[in-house]
Design a protein around this ligand. Structure first.
Ligand SMILES: [Zn+2]
Length: 262
């Protein structure tokens, strides 16, 4: 029965997001699947965390859309999220909700779920709010080197604070619902670590392309916003932004579990 309620809540949320242009058609379908698993197998506390991520990240993308208009070609997709982005951000969280259904007495699926969402939320907040930093960001692999705003792998004070805040917003209800306040710092720092790992991949092995017409580096492939075919310049071709987001969540979970084990 809970699965049915989960499906109804997920389908309504996905439809509203599709209607508001937060998701495209494939993204809405993927969000219905991910939402059904999380709402249906987790429960309302799990739904609150997922919706916190979903609503705050969509709202931030929307708010800063205009401001970032000039930067948007650096990002591979617009603010309408597709299935790849939904699974990249929420696939791991759905896996932990399923594990909770199998091991209902263990706290570990809840911690894994919260850490993965904290990481992707931290990354989204950093991406959306980091552009407000007054000076150009620095490359995470070489902090003395400044890079253009919006460059993958660039970090700034503002972006890092936004990341910490985005992580804390997930960690707060995660601690509240589990009645264990040690989860608040644990999840917050795991999420921050995940988002820094995301930047590290962006600076090193993430697939990057170049638009010969605009003479700019971009994540877009095969075509740039201007319609020109982009050329692969660095990184592993299969490691696109969706896989980097997924890895960001995995890293957050690994840090959380390592911290518990120690
Ligand atoms: Zn171009």
């Amino acid at each position: 029965m809970q699965i049915l309620y989960g499906f109804i809540l997920a389908a309504i949320t996905a439809y509203l997001a599709y209607y508001a242009h937060g998701l495209n058609r494939s993204g809405a379908l993927a969000a219905t699947i991910v939402g059904t698993i999380i709402f249906g197998m987790g429960g309302w506390q799990w739904a609150v965390l997922l919706l916190t991520f979903f609503i705050t990240s969509s709202a931030l993308s929307r708010t800063f859309k205009r401001r970032k208009a000039g930067l948007s070609e650096k990002f591979s997709k617009g603010h309408e999220r597709d299935a790849g982005q939904v699974f990249g951000n929420g696939g791991l969280a759905a896996l932990f909700a399923a594990l909770h259904a199998i091991y209902p007495d263990s706290i570990l699926p809840w911690i894994g779920f919260a850490a993965s969402l904290a990481a992707v939320n931290a990354d989204t907040w950093a991406t959306e709010l980091g552009v407000l930093n007054p000076t150009p960001p620095r490359l995470i692999t070489n902090l003395r080197k400044r890079v253009e705003q919006g460059t993958s792998g660039g970090i700034s004070l503002f972006g890092t604070l936004a990341s910490l805040l985005g992580s804390a917003v997930i960690a707060l209800p995660a601690a509240l619902f589990s009645d264990d306040w040690s989860l608040f710092p644990l999840i917050t720092f795991s999420g921050l670590a995940g988002s820094l790992f995301d930047s590290f991949l962006g600076a090193t092995v993430q697939a990057m392309y170049y638009c010969p017409t605009d003479q700019k580096e971009t994540e877009k492939h095969p075509l740039h916003t201007c319609g020109t075919e982009t050329v692969h310049i660095r990184g592993w071709k299969w490691l696109d932004n969706d896989w980097v987001n997924f890895a960001c969540g995995v890293f957050g979970v690994v840090i959380a579990f390592l911290a518990i084990a120690l």
